[in-house]
Design a protein around this ligand. Structure first.
Ligand code: PGA
Length: 250
């Protein structure tokens, strides 16, 4: 049985000022002091440095929510991997459905961002997921395979195990509707198959579920054989709820 360290990530999206982020970290750290899991906080850019500094010496690592694929240049409003690494940020969320839907993030751009993150030493947390229409049309696997093949096209097989994949059905994000354990397991196993086909050492790849994860449903989802953790949005804004989800990983 593969022994993957559970991975629980808090995606704050566009929430929390620096002061609010500091308060969250100070409340969270004593609550998760005993965890054996990888705990990752993804604050907005403005709070990255504060969260890094406050969580030094703890189980918490810090991820950005996006980055540009180039190291520098005339890209107004963007932030590059070296800028994140300088802050001791260790990971980056790429391809979140909100970025895909609201900000025009394409698979083409992701095919450059994922290797750029890896080259800079950042751990990509690559989000994939189907819309409700695609699921209803029976196209879930097709959509996911297309996203994974395109987004990881420029990643060498041996590097694939450094990518964390988050399965986030779009219809479950922020809606209070969670995928059933059967759906989450089925899709996560499918994602592992696609990565196996790409030559990944799949026993080492962490696959997360995201979409309305809460203290009440986290344990059941994370106990699934192919689900190794959670990417948590709304429920990660409250340190008590997030700590309960970290506890649920065991
Ligand atoms: P949610 O968001 O937990 O609020 O559904 C998850 C996500 O978007 O990563």
């Amino acid at each position: 049985m593969p022994n993957r360290t559970p991975y629980i990530a808090a995606n704050w999206k566009m929430n929390k000022t620096v002061a609010e982020a500091a308060e969250f970290v100070d409340t969270l750290l004593p609550r998760i002091a005993a965890t054996q899991s990888d705990v990752v906080i993804c604050p907005p850019f403005t709070a990255l440095a504060e969260v890094v500094e406050r969580s030094r010496g703890s189980a918490v690592r810090v991820a950005a929510q996006n980055m540009h694929e180039e190291g520098f240049g005339a890209f107004t409003g963007e932030v590059s991997a070296p800028m994140l690494v300088e802050l001791d940020v260790e990971a980056v969320v790429l391809g979140h459905s909100e970025r895909r839907q609201l900000f025009g993030e394409t698979d083409e751009a992701l095919s450059r961002k994922v290797p750029a993150a890896l080259a800079a030493g950042l751990e990509p947390i690559l989000c994939v997921g189907e819309s409700e229409t695609a699921r209803d049309a029976g196209e879930t696997e097709e959509v996911l395979e297309r996203q994974l093949q395109a987004d990881l096209a420029n990643v060498e097989s041996l590097e694939l195990e450094r990518v964390v994949v988050a399965y986030e059905p779009i219809w479950a994000i922020g809606t209070g509707r969670t995928a059933t354990p059967e759906q989450a397991q089925e899709v996560s196993a499918f994602i592992r198959d696609v990565l196996r086909m790409r030559g990944a050492v799949v026993d080492n790849v962490r696959i997360l579920y995201g979409g309305s994860v809460k203290p009440g449903n986290a344990a059941e989802l994370m106990a699934l054989p192919d689900v190794d953790g959670a990417l948590v949005g709304g429920a990660s804004l409250n340190p008590g709820d997030f700590a309960a989800i970290v506890d649920a990983a065991g």
